[in-house]
Design a protein around this ligand. Sequence first.
Ligand code: ADP
Length: 451
Amino acid sequence: MIFFWRKYKRLVKRNCTDPNLADTELAYWRNQLFAATVLFIVPLSVIAIIPGVYMAITTEFYLLLFADFVVVLSLGFIAFSSILTLNFRKKLLCASLYFVSIVLLYDLGSFGPGLLYLLALTVFISLIFEFKYGVISLIINSIVCTLFALFIYYDFGRSPIVSQYGLDSWIAVSLNLIFLSAVSVVLIPRLFDGLQSAFKKRTEAEIELNKSKKELEESLALLEEKSKELEQFAYAASHDLKEPLRMIQGFLNLLEKRYQGKLDERARKYIHFSVDGAKRLGTLIDDLLEYSRVGRIHTNIENIDLNEMLNELIKNEIAHSGDSTEIIQFNSLPVINAVPVSINMLFRNLISNALKYQDGKKDPEIKITSMEDQNYWDFAVIDNGIGIEKKFFDKIFMLFNRLHTKEEYPGTGMGLAICKKIVEEHGGKIWVESEVNKGSVFKFTLPKTRR
Ligand code: ADP
């Protein structure tokens, strides 16, 4: 049963709608309403024909019999035949319903329900057609009412309306029908116009939004491409720069050795400046290479036991600075899923900064903590160093931005830019909280699962 109903529904839908219309168009919804009406009216008319035939035979009212068959036949055509155009089907349905309503009005004489039938038809026509068909329906209603008024006036025909009702009551009731039909014909299209303009505005807004989205996507893709090109360029340039730099450093050393004792104080000072400059250039190039490598060369993700990694790192870092390993404390840290080389570099940069940016008046104290969130690990590297002014909180994460001269604190201004790139490559965020002369807290998040 359900299978047949589904099949029947599909067939009616196919025959009674237009697949070329989008659901943002008013005509689409008009056709949907028409298809839904046909869907239910066909089985109902088949059921209704049984009492209709019985009544027509018992009362010898053969016009009703004829009307019933005409309607069932045309409904069959409307629902199932693919020869007729959609517009013709819609008109055929309205014509059949008009035919039945006029026959009922004429032969049953029940003008209350009969006139309501005409009104319902006008409303239906205004719903499934454009304005002009509503006006035609209003004219048909007026003609039908006038014809019946003439029948009553001239006492013509065998309709019960003619014998049972006076002209006055007919005119009063039918004028009401015409008035209500006119109201429907005028108001329904107004409602539709409002709906359509709302539809149109929504569609236009959607188109505009999609356009902006596409432009944004294109710009983002371009930006990504450019930043990749830039990274590639930085990598190639810094890689190529290393070779001539090595040569300069080599010749400077040679100069120093060969002419030892032959050079005056000033010449030695100049050579010393050059060696120092070349060294710094070397560090800068190394950092630049590291920066361009993040997320490009080091990409293998592994499980990292941060306790193990940090123990190893602190040992090396402290051995370098000559301090006691006691100054760096951390409680049990998690095992995370990330790129080991990058995470190592991230902690190394933060710890070496925490050790470096001290005023020398007190012993350094560094703490590393972790907290578990639903989707992220929250880490903090806390120091008791010189601190940072609030206005520089964002600036320090940019490439080459330093707050001190190389004489005060050595460095290239790339460490935090590398940290930011590493954290963001992993899908996290990094920021600083600090108070001058009290210390800084570098906080960052890392997602538990890689996106
Ligand atoms: P570098 O250390 O080579 O200068 P960074 O990018 O690591 O470059 O740091 C940028 C700047 O941020 C530093 O010059 C310093 O002024 C400031 N900074 C970084 N870490 C700290 C810290 N732990 N305490 C105080 N200032 C810091």
